[in-house]
Design a binder for this molecule. Structure first.
Ligand code: NIG
Ligand code: FE
Length: 424
């Protein structure tokens, strides 16, 4: 069987080693470059990655289309492993307040923040929400993201959470970007439960989770363990119930205060813990022992203007899987561009461009249990390939804010050409 596409003459960048495994410890950010390199696809899959033109030609037939990638980086599509894609309405109206120094949690406690997005998301019809999600996905795709994790959490009633997850399911069926769904009813306390928080936790456990599980709408359950959101005890109860229904676990941990969510993630053997700005070394060690991935969200930290940095060097030394993601959401990261997030990971959190690359491809795939199918250019994986007009990974981080993606191939199909969305 001959190849459908030969991507020729580019600088092919991928992670080295057994690419189904995340890169950790001293191996974190070890990149393989083939320059020039050749990638061949057939159907939905990668069938060859080589530095030999002769080897590449062996797989070419009369119908093989050649894409000339001279002067381009050829990389796996970005995996954005933590987003809140399914919301209606931006919160630009809160920017002035935020810039003048009103704290994020104070705005939330006053009924703004997440709650103001909840009101708009509840009011949105399913079709409207769908259109909004598709627009977000198009922007992500033209910036090189080919797989995305997306959470509910702007509904906070059973019907509205189901509505959000249904929209994500339909979007996954209609849009090239693959969407991994996460239920996050424990995102904020809805105003109707201000004086009865235990009842809301019961609603999540007794009604929302069983309904989401019955409908097969989510693979993961996440919880915002934070002051003014959910306590460790509440998180533990919710996540244990989710586990009982077959869902995998994630936790928003130690983002704004050192509450101990990372320790809870270790205790519960969660797949990942996210943010981790205030997590201490002892909890990171527990995460490493429990094999919990560390998902860093440097764009959010920049937007919240948090001076404190996560203990990235300790994370590497302890052998944690470090992933980087956009946290795309209307409050703390209206950023769908993983090239920019990579730059923030370098400038703000001190990762090298190669580490930021590994963190937003193979390690991010690991953080959503997809490292067997995507996150690296490897024979047998899905052909999710992006071409950037850039000579090196350093150039991508250096040119922060610019979209360098010219071509996107998703599952073997060209879906972005000359930087513009096309097909499917
Ligand atoms: O990861 N922290 C909770 N969730 C998001 C913010 C959501 C919002 O502000 O709308 C986060 O930062
Ligand atoms: Fe988040």
């Amino acid at each position: 069987m001959k190849a459908d596409y030969l991507i020729a003459n580019g600088r092919v960048i991928t992670t080295r080693g057994s690419s189904s495994h995340p890169q950790t410890g001293p191996a974190f950010g070890i990149i393989e470059e083939l320059a020039p390199g050749y990638v061949l696809t057939q159907g939905k899959h990668i069938v060859k990655v080589t530095a030999s033109l002769a080897e590449a030609r062996e797989l070419c037939g009369p119908n093989t289309q050649e894409l000339d990638a001279t002067g381009m980086l050829v990389m796996p599509g970005y995996v954005d492993c933590h987003t809140h894609l399914s919301f209606a309405g931006w919160r630009d109206s809160e920017l002035g307040m935020r810039l003048s120094g009103v704290p994020y949690l104070k705005i939330l406690a006053a009924g703004g923040g997440i709650i103001s997005s909840v009101m708009k998301t509840r009011a949105a019809a399913q079709d409207e929400l769908f259109q909004f999600v598709i627009e977000g996905l198009d922007t992500m795709l033209t910036h090189g993201t080919t797989t995305v994790e997306a959470k509910s959490g702007y509904g906070l009633t059973t019907d509205d959470e189901v509505k959000q997850l249904r929209v994500l399911k339909t979007a996954d069926e209609h849009h090239p970007v693959d969407i991994i769904r996460t239920f996050m009813g424990a995102h904020a306390l809805p105003p109707e439960y201000t004086n009865s928080r235990a009842d809301y936790v019961r609603l999540i456990i007794d009604e929302m989770l069983p309904e989401v599980a019955r409908l097969g709408l989510a693979e993961f359950c996440d919880c915002f363990c934070e002051d003014k959101a959910f306590s460790l005890a509440e998180g533990r109860a919710i996540l244990n119930a989710a586990r009982g229904l077959g869902l995998e676990l994630k936790i928003h941990a130690d983002e704004i205060t050192p509450l101990g969510g990372a320790g809870l993630a270790a205790e519960l053997n969660a797949v990942s813990a996210e943010h981790l700005i205030y997590t201490d070394r002892a909890d990171l060690k527990r995460m490493a022992e429990a094999n919990v991935a560390a998902v860093l969200l440097p764009a959010t930290a920049f937007i919240l203007r948090v001076e404190k940095k996560p203990l990235v060097k300790d994370m590497i030394e302890l052998g944690l899987t470090i992933a980087v993601s956009s946290d795309y959401n209307p409050g703390t990261s209206p950023i769908p561009n993983m090239q920019l997030v990579q730059a923030f990971a370098c400038y703000h959190y001190g990762l090298t461009p190669a580490q930021a690359f590994a963190a937003s491809t193979i390690n991010a795939a690991h953080a959503i249990k997809r490292s067997m199918v995507c996150g690296s250019l490897e024979v047998g994986k899905i052909a999710d390939i992006i071409l950037l007009k850039a000579p090196s990974l350093d150039f991508v981080a250096y040119h922060l804010g610019t979209n360098l993606v010219r071509t996107v191939i998703k599952a073997g199909q060209i879906v972005v050409e000359e930087g513009v969305r096309c097909n499917g």
